[in-house]
Design a protein around this ligand. Structure first.
Ligand code: SF4
Length: 319
């Protein structure tokens, strides 16, 4: 009998590593799961806990109720704030309503909040490099009074920025930006304001940096790149962009294997696969299974970095 694998065309899959969940996402999901265990359902979650449809649907099935505003939560149920962070006004409102709240803000986002506060206390004008409307940006700008932080999204914004005192400026960044785009904006700011105060250590987090590095390594050998992640996930969108910039024009962001169009793989011999920091590993396995139905797949893992970061849970939920 003919081996069915012989009838399928060969396909090399380069699996980027690290990929998928970061320590901040892992912690945020655990906070919701443990809160449901401890307090029973429903537990309210202000904003999608992380930007991934599969994660949100699974937690919803367990008893989480996702809302956009604190006003949509009752006083007598616990509420979790998402990994992206919240403006200071949100916990303040929860306290004034005597609500039980759990803050799932990633500690690396909280670090940016602390930095912004430090610059403000030192009397500096603050620039935040990030994407307008992203909840992390809303949260970081909301640490300080309105008008204290100027958002810069593009190199042109950086060229046009006019502080009152050019000698007393600081910058911070969203954690999930493109490393290369941000470097360009920062170099414009540094050229214009040589004394600009910078983060002690990169604001773009280790997980974003490592996943982008892994994609560049994979892209050097791939004909097509498949990124698992949701369209509203900043770091997942960036991974597909990084793939394109690295020369893989056929870089696609997909929610899961069902969104794969096999026509994208026409003529491809090597496909890179990765997942954004909010996309669960089960989706990667599902995609490889789907590829195995159509191709004779050989998987090679490409290690760009080792990750050992983990974050503690809030004391109320620690076991
Ligand atoms: Fe934290 Fe980075 Fe993960 Fe965002 S992507 S949750 S900043 S570790």
């Amino acid at each position: 009998m003919t081996d069915p694998a012989r009838l399928r065309p060969p396909l090399k899959v380069l699996l980027a590593s690290p990929r998928g969940f970061c320590a901040g996402v892992d912690r945020a999901i655990q906070i919701v799961e443990r809160a449901i265990e401890k307090y029973g359902a429903p537990v309210y979650v202000r904003h999608e806990i992380v930007h991934n449809r599969h994660v949100v649907d699974r937690l919803r099935a367990m008893g989480a109720v996702f809302v956009e505003e604190l006003d949509d939560c009752p006083d007598d149920r616990p509420v979790v704030f998402s990994a992206h962070g919240v403006p200071k006004s949100v916990p303040a409102a929860a306290r004034s309503r005597q609500m039980l709240y759990l803050d799932a803000t990633c500690p690396l986002v909280s670090k940016v909040h602390v930095e912004a506060q430090r610059h403000y206390d030192a009397g500096r004008e603050i620039v935040l490099i990030g994407h307008a409307g992203h909840p992390e940006v809303v949260g970081t700008m909301g640490q300080l009074p309105e008008g204290a932080v100027t958002l810069i999204e593009t190199p042109d914004d950086a060229r046009a920025y006019r502080p009152q005192n050019p000698a007393n400026v600081a910058f911070a960044t969203q954690t999930t930006l493109s490393v290369d785009d941000t470097a360009e904006i920062v170099s414009i700011l540094r050229a214009r304001f040589p004394a600009i105060a910078a983060p002690h250590k990169e604001d773009i987090c280790y997980a974003t940096t490592n996943r982008q590095e892994a994609v560049k390594t994979v892209a050097a050998r791939a004909d097509v790149l498949l990124v698992l992640g949701s369209a509203n996930s900043s770091n997942s969108v960036r991974l597909a962009e990084v793939g394109r910039r690295a020369g893989v024009a056929r870089s696609h962001l997909i929610d899961d294997a069902s969104a794969l169009d096999l026509a994208w793989l026409e003529g491809a011999r090597t496909v890179g696969v990765t997942a954004g920091a909010s996309a669960p590993e089960v989706l990667v396995q599902g995609l490889i299974d789907r590829l195995c139905e159509a191709f004779d797949v050989e998987v090679e893992e490409i290690d760009a970095a080792r990750e050992t970061v983990s974050f503690k849970l809030p004391r109320a939920l620690a076991v």
